[in-house]
Design a protein around this ligand. Sequence first.
Ligand SMILES: [Fe+2]
Ligand SMILES: [Fe+2]
Length: 380
Amino acid sequence: MSDAKELKIYEIGKGFYLVRSDEKDFHRNIYFKRFSNDKGKAINMIMDPGTKKDLPNLILATKKLFGGIQNTHLIFLSHQDPDLTSVVPALLATAPKAKIFASIDTWRLLKMYGGIPEDRFMAIEDFKGDILNIKATGHKIRFVNATYCHFRGAMMFYDLETKILFTGDFFAGVDTRKDGEGVYATEESWDGISLFHEIYMPSTRALQETINRITLLEPFPDIIAPQHGDVIKGGLLLDFISRLYNLEVGIELLEKDTPEKDLTILAINEFLDKMKSVDPSFHKKLIEKLKVAKDFTPPFVFSGDVITDLKLSTTEAIKAIWNMADFLYSGENIEEIRTYFLSALDQYNVDHPFIVEESEKEEFVERTGELKDDLEDLIG
Ligand SMILES: [Fe+2]
Ligand SMILES: [Fe+2]
């Protein structure tokens, strides 16, 4: 989105706005809040501002909402990941009044970008009762810990005026809604939320403790606004909270005497994700091939570019990907691709006996070749 006319800004509560990045499978949500009173005072805030790619949208949106990016006062960061912080140095340069609000754990890593003066950072831990009083306008905001969801110092931000809880990566999802339009969650959003949490959240206990903190909020939130995926409100709010409370993720998922299938799916998605950043054109070709149905139903069930189910045995699925990668990859670095695949499988403790057989076969051929050479030397 580079044209002002194309930039969609959604108002999800009073003075609370959302701009989405363009990706169809896994996008970023950037939120803006304008705290204003009837005396004409206003304080402008951006939540999880995004990557350098988002800077044009930040400029357009703030121009429309705040009268210019230079009028930004507060920048809230839920944690330090680059998908929400890599634009921060550029943003601070264009918004000289803006201060960053984040946890100390986040700051420790954030400052490694370099060039962020310490006096532009405010530690959330320094606010009494985790409440920030905005004196200029009379508003109150509350910070809520999202410890280990997914980062130790992760924080959420609760806007008491709109009853919108900005949750960062908590309640975030990859895009699984079929219509792809609109910003509010439907039943179809759940697949993307559960998949995201299975991959990124370290433990069910961490989810439960963060949910406990949310349920203690007074007043209870009307809306949950995550950094990826859909905005959750209405009947789905309590429904998704209770489903997330019981979702097995991270360490529990690994330890579980699990259907091998779930772990295989996670491992394959991990590999695909890696390929997307390492070699996007190979990733695209591979996804296209895997989506093709041979005789009847496609063996891999996709939601966007993410596999959600397998219609074949786990061994067959691994074999299919291995062979497909071999078949499609024309570069010299096939060994590197294989290593990525094997390490994704190992990460989720997925067995791959046939691959061992393959390598043993290679060794055998090599050994036989050497024997033959030795014999030829002896005879010759
Ligand atoms: Fe993150
Ligand atoms: Fe994120």
